[in-house]
Ligand binder design. Structure first.
Ligand code: TYD
Ligand code: MG
Length: 450
């Protein structure tokens, strides 16, 4: 007979505590503890039956045909060149961002090219899915829909059908009989995902899991899943904009931080082949706008950073930054004041990245500074100029990685000038048809731009 005991578990990371706590000591989430019933496990003495044998690394064969294409180039890229057989892939994102749409479109391509796809939905009725499919213009006998939430039954069905790909929409709705807590709790999510993983590994079926992320952490965050699955993709984007960015944050089979760019249209998601163009606004040169080149995975993307600096009307100056790191920009403002002698103390400062992209690279520092100074002095930056470089605390401009890739993309998109770190400038082998200027400090930058 199993003994049950009551514990409190963090719904964000899975940490177990015997009593309720306001803040998780493990992951730092607030108000994330929920009472759950778990089976009491006694440490059993295990008898090892088989002797395990290591295998020489040179004897392991790698077959490249273990990957197959989803028919969507942007998705294939983010996956590292297609889906790996037997892999478990998590696609997370806010509700309504387009996860079900993407996977239904993927199902269609896969069913046309490879055979059966089993799409399990615990979220929507079969009619709802059918209506969406009609809207997307999808009809295929090989897409099999199943409305079921018990994982044991899902797997029974999958074993019989033997699909190429199994899709579970969403992991928060499925549950196993073996755990007593409610669907969507950390225990359930971990248990069901483990079962799905075993299925993927033993049968070679690729399994996609959809996971909702809510900022409140009301539903167990897919963070507990991240350790378990092979690949984690996040679908980002503002619902107010049509652009969606699919980003790989973990990938056992490819590079991370790779992005795929999509546009949500009335016919579903379409691929954006030339992302640099959508992140640049179309208007001519105006003050406060700087163009930078960031590396996202294996490619460079040109983005526009806009700044607005205005005198504070009353009280505390406002600082509002979208798409760039808050602390990083505050640091750059401090450097600009101290080393560049630009007095921003009585100014409201707003910074925005066009198109909803989130920039995490310090290589954008120089462009952020340029945009702020340009708005402050109300002088437009030189036209068709790409600016990149990391800025240090003493106002020095430091070399960054992969300048060639950024310069090539800048030329391709129509730039004719570049302001880059001197450290990079001295080492690049050609000029990529651009007029390139190397700067070693922000004061050198200020001399060029204003
Ligand atoms: P959905 O895939 O249901 O999101 P998720 O599964 O991540 O919750 O997509 C939801 C939104 O996408 C919904 O607001 C409607 C919109 N949409 C379109 O704009 N065009 C389309 O062709 C489809 C199917 C959805
Ligand atoms: Mg959905």
């Amino acid at each position: 007979k199993v003994k049950l005991k009551r514990v409190f578990q963090c719904q964000s990371c899975g940490y177990i505590s015997p009593k309720w706590t306001g803040r998780c000591p493990d992951c730092g989430a607030w108000n994330s503890f929920v009472e759950e019933t778990v089976e009491e496990t006694k440490a059993e003495k295990k008898v090892l039956s088989e002797i395990v044998q290591p295998v020489s690394i040179s004897l392991i064969e790698v077959t490249l045909s273990d990957r197959f294409s989803t028919g969507i180039a942007e998705l294939d890229r983010v996956l590292g060149g297609g889906v790996v057989k037997g892999s478990l892939i998590l696609i997370g994102g806010d509700p309504g961002i387009g996860k079900s749409t993407l996977l239904l479109q993927t199902s269609y391509n896969l069913s046309i090219n490879y055979g059966k796809v089993l799409y399990v939905s615990g979220e929507e009725s079969l009619t709802q899915i059918k209506l969406r499919a009609e809207r997307l213009g999808i009809a295929s006998d090989e897409i099999l829909l199943l409305s079921e939430t018990l994982v044991e039954r899902i797997l029974e069905c999958a074993k019989e059908i033997q699909p190429v790909v199994l899709i579970v929409d969403s992991i928060q709705t499925v549950y196993t009989e073996e755990a007593v807590s409610a669907p969507g709790s950390v225990t359930q999510i971990r248990e069901t995902a483990t079962k799905l993983m075993n299925f993927a590994k033993t049968t070679g079926t690729a399994v996609f899991l959809i996971g909702h992320v809510t900022k409140e952490g009301a539903i167990a965050g897919p963070r507990v899943l991240e350790h378990l699955v092979d690949t984690v993709l996040y679908f980002e984007g503002d619902r107010g904009y049509a652009y969606r960015i699919l980003r790989s944050v973990k990938n056992r089979f490819g590079p991370t931080n790779e992005i795929g760019v999509f546009e949500m249209t009335s016919q579903g998601l379409t691929e954006v082949e030339n992302p640099s163009l959508i992140f640049l606004s179309e208007h001519g040169a105006s003050s406060g706008s700087a163009i930078t080149a960031t590396i996202e995975g294996t490619r460079a993307i040109l983005t526009e950073i806009q700044a607005l600096v205005a005198p504070t009307q009353f009280g505390m100056p406002r600082r509002n930054f979208i798409g760039v790191d808050y602390n990083r920009v505050n640091l750059l403002i401090a450097v600009l004041e101290k080393r560049g002698r630009v007095n921003l103390a009585g100014a409201d400062i707003f910074v925005n990245v066009v198109g909803g992209l989130k920039i995490t690279e310090p290589a954008s520092d120089l462009a952020v500074i340029s945009a702020i100074v340009s708005s402050f002095r109300d002088i437009p930056l030189p036209e068709r100029t790409v600016i990149f470089g990391e800025v240090g605390l003493s106002g020095e401009v430091r070399a960054i990685s992969q300048p060639e890739l950024r310069l090539k993309e800048a030329y391709r998109i129509g730039m004719n000038q570049a302001i880059i770190p001197k450290g990079n400038f001295e080492r690049i082998k050609e000029n990529y048809n651009l007029n390139i200027k190397g700067v070693s400090s922000i004061n050198e930058l200020l001399e060029i731009i204003c």
